[in-house]
Design a protein around this ligand. Structure first.
Ligand SMILES: [Zn+2]
Length: 244
């Protein structure tokens, strides 16, 4: 997966050849990423920061003429984005917390939809590259017919080719539907017509109430009274994981 770490291990055998070695160099996609000197065995950590294709290489350089003695390439690995399941496992709890927050801040006058963008950002280096960014919440009066989760703009910041340069990708989006325990009338629940799948297979989630009423056509509703006790329901739409 993008952001994964690899350890490149080198062991120099037999031991007495170490004195002929000047240093060991590490490459990712043929770009220099580090160097070790000394003797014996070395470990170097490389991370899949910015390119889907990843191939590591270790070059042992000898003292004589600074010439490579030995080099070894790893298999070519193609890094994928996290799947919807992996993201949900990782951030499901935080999605729940945002849902609870939306209910807590809903007042007699205003209701809130909360939105979040889930990022994979490898620019920070060797740390945890995943974050859930809670976007600013907007207050809506109950009489508003169209609620819109204030997801706002989200844009990748991608650098091509060089594995030393991390990039930032959107790997999921999330929003809640308005809290309803203070509302003056029932509303329809569940994914709305505006909840269209994002591009590139990016997964999306909406959190809404379990319905407590259905109309003659089977359309599910939540009543203000039902909203006081109804549990939340996380619904997934969009792709199973970003594809490019
Ligand atoms: Zn929605």
């Amino acid at each position: 997966m993008l952001g994964s770490r690899y350890t490149l291990s080198v062991e120099i055998l037999p031991q007495n050849t170490a004195e002929n070695i000047a240093y060991v160099e590490y490459y990712a996609n043929d770009i220099f990423i580090g160097r070790d000197s000394g003797s014996g065995s070395f470990d170097f950590m490389a991370q899949a920061l910015g390119d889907h294709r990843f191939q590591a290489c270790v070059v042992v350089v000898g003292r004589e003429n600074d010439a490579p003695i030995e080099s070894d390439y790893s298999d070519v690995v193609t890094h994928r984005f996290p799947t919807a399941d992996e993201i949900e496992e990782r951030f499901g709890e935080q999605m729940n917390e945002l849902w609870e927050l939306s209910k807590a801040i809903g007042s007699a006058e205003y209701t809130f939809e909360i939105a979040a963008v889930i990022w994979l950002d490898t620019r920070i280096g060797y740390g945890d590259p995943f974050t859930l960014e809670h976007r600013p919440s907007e207050a809506y009066p109950y009489t508003l017919q169209e609620f819109g989760a204030p997801l706002g703009e989200y844009q990748d910041e991608v650098y091509g080719g060089d594995p030393r340069l991390g990039s930032k990708w959107v790997v999921g989006i999330f929003h809640t539907h308005p809290s309803w325990h203070n509302a003056p009338f029932p509303r329809v629940v569940g994914r709305s017509a505006e909840d269209t799948p994002p591009a590139n297979g990016i997964p999306a989630w909406v959190m809404d109430y379990e319905a407590d009423e259905w109309d003659a056509y089977g359309v599910p509703y939540i009543t203000p009274r039902g909203a006081r006790t109804a549990s939340g329901k996380l619904e997934r739409y969009g792709g199973n994981g970003r594809i490019k």
